[in-house]
Design a protein around this ligand. Sequence first.
Ligand SMILES: Cc1ncc(COP(=O)(O)O)c(C=O)c1O
Length: 360
Amino acid sequence: MDAHGGNIYKLAKENKVNLEDIIDYSTNVNPYVHKKLKDIITDSINQIPFYPDLLYENLNNKLRDINKLDGEYVIPTNGAAEGIFLLGRILNKNNILILTPTFSEYEEGFEGKNINHLNYSEIIDENNGFVNKISIKKLMSYIKLYKSEVVIICNPNNPTGQVIDRNNLIEIINLLNEKEIFLVVDEAFIDFYDYNMSLVNLINDVKYKHLVIIRSLTKIFAIAGLRIGYLMTNNMDLIKLAKKELPPWNINIFAMNVVNKLIFDLEYIKNVKEKIDKNRDYLSKKLSPYVEKILPSCVNFLLFYSMDINIKMKLEKKNILIRDCSNFYGLKDGYYRICVKDRKTNDILINAFKEIYGDN
Ligand SMILES: Cc1ncc(COP(=O)(O)O)c(C=O)c1O
């Protein structure tokens, strides 16, 4: 089984079709490409002979400004993935606690460390649609048991599409910070949910030395092939280590220019979010007769459970790729994730289900 989504190359080869013939529902990329994207790329071509600004001054300023940060608290990375692997190297801690089921790269990024997994079902106290509250008492007892030094939470969570209530997370960071335990919050999908739910404003409070936020820009700007993300923390020791550890010029000029030009287009992001919300509700409703369970989601993907363990293969015969989630820690056979695309493409997926199972 593929460890990641997005293996359109393998499917195209197997089905003997062109890459463009594959509909990729296995990666969570925004289908509404910004209308200026192509022009920005074309205009950047004449910069190819030059190295990017070694200090990424403009990019750093933009990332700092959009997040209303008071200091030099940002580290741009080659996708959020580079940020995760970087943290694995610079956080000089051994006992890592990962809340699961979640994105598998934390395992790989922190390979070699003592990793403990804690399933959300063990610690969720309250669930209201896609918003969950963690029992602080239970979480802290596991942290004590495992002697955790770093806790990793993906929020909103991939692959469940659920979030942890912001006030609940603040209570958690307050406790962890006091105990000098790091809280790493991966907000790769926050753009599809709500900026106001981010923990970013805590970064300006110098007391939160043990908070690190990971962001991705590849999903919202549909630039997975360009690779850009960033880390935020006010822990200047970590920032120094990160700068030392990263190779120079880790961001290419295309990704840099796209972010510099588009990051303040909040109207675009708002529009994308509104369309995705509508499409997600439609997709979820239309697919529900064909699967056993679809989890409520606040972002651009849906996790569903199907008794038909051949569903992925059946869709692949129709050149549609979905993500088998049975290899996510804490999930079992039958769990699959699909992204939310535009209405027309979603109808192709819905029709594929209809063709497979008949008109329900
Ligand atoms: C939760 C989460 N974090 C980080 C990443 C990596 O994103 P990027 O493409 O920016 O490396 C992903 C990619 O799927 C993800 O799902």
